[in-house]
Write a protein that binds this ligand. Sequence first.
Ligand SMILES: Cc1cc2nc3c(=O)[nH]c(=O)nc-3n(C[C@H](O)[C@H](O)[C@H](O)COP(=O)(O)O)c2cc1C
Length: 260
Amino acid sequence: MSENIIYCYSGSGHCLAMAKDIAARLGDTDIVLMRAYPEKTDATEASRVGFIFPCYGGGLPGHVEEYIKAIKIAPGAYKFAVEQFAGYMGCGLHKIDEIVGLDYWNYISNHSTCIWLMPHGLCFPPTSKEQAQQRVDRKAMEVASAVKAGIRSEKKPPKMAFFALESNAFSKLHPKRAGKFWANDSCIGCGTCARICPRGNITLKDGKPGFGKDCIGCLSCVQYCPKEAINVGKITEKRERFPNPAVKAADLTKKIIHID
Ligand SMILES: Cc1cc2nc3c(=O)[nH]c(=O)nc-3n(C[C@H](O)[C@H](O)[C@H](O)COP(=O)(O)O)c2cc1C
């Protein structure tokens, strides 16, 4: 039984790194990964329940919306959320607020991990990745202090209705884009991609990954391949990867991470 539960989605580790930082400041926290259906949906024992997630395609990533609908939270529990994004916030915070009723919310821009679409350096306002990380670290400290003090946000998160449309369109593209994943000759057949894929969509055949259609676009395979061998179409071959240095591929395969 933990005092705090943080539900976290993370494709390239940045939201998980932030969740760990906030958890360490709060103490006694279970971080429940939402890359697949969460291991723990009964959060009724927790006095604080948090959500830390990235903006993907203008909205919530993966199946996070339906997963959050399955979570049971005790009446009177304090509920908070933090969103990371590169250029714009989208509708994710609003969606979570609609489902759980947030007491406190916050957000921060980090570099983009959507490298099949744009270079990772995209960030608002533009800054180096070291400075972006420092900004995220400061935000984690601010959020943890606010949560400890039981601060309540004065306003609701903005609806951002346009981004709900983008989000619907974006998730429909995943099966089509899944056909564009491939591994180049640098692949050593280590299997990291198959282990990290939250959908079990990657299988090794003759020592090389094969990609199915059940992709949610987390890009973990692209970001965490130790040889940077996995690509989406041609464009990612020239683009720098951007996994969070404090989060290893194995961390993303865990279902629950407990922090004392
Ligand atoms: C598939 C994908 C879609 C993204 N879509 C958006 C977006 O619509 N708007 C935005 O500002 N950032 C977008 N981003 C950037 C992420 O929100 C940002 O890089 C975040 O820090 C990633 O967190 P993570 O490493 O925990 O997955 C996207 C990233 C990915 C991988």
